[in-house]
Design a protein around this ligand. Sequence first.
Ligand code: ZN
Ligand code: ZN
Length: 134
Amino acid sequence: MTEYQGRCHCGETEWTVKLGDEAHILCHCDACKILSGGENTLNQVAPQSDFKITKGKTNVYTYKGDSGNDVHCYYCPNCTAHAYHHQTVLGDKVIVRTSLLQGAKKFPVAAEIFGKDRLSWQPELAKTFQGPPE
Ligand SMILES: [Zn+2]
Ligand SMILES: [Zn+2]
């Protein structure tokens, strides 16, 4: 278990999170493409109690995920960088954006999800689930 520092783009919001699994899970879903402006997002799952806002605050908005359940997105109110998501279906766990954590450049890719929405030119890097992880 290592604690990582996270920071939004503008620096008004900072956080820490403890990760047991130091790896990226790539999400290719269409919501992640829109939110990130890129080909996928980089994520890890952590207990909500291991995530702490240490500077500033987050705003939240909600959308319906593929499962029909609510996904709450927590982001910096100034620059809108997403710190973490809470899918109600995951209970007391949150989805942390590993691309915003210091030191995460060395993380390997552990898995890919929503492979059905992968861009046609993007290679497969790890075990891929076509939808959410089973
Ligand atoms: Zn910010
Ligand atoms: Zn996604």
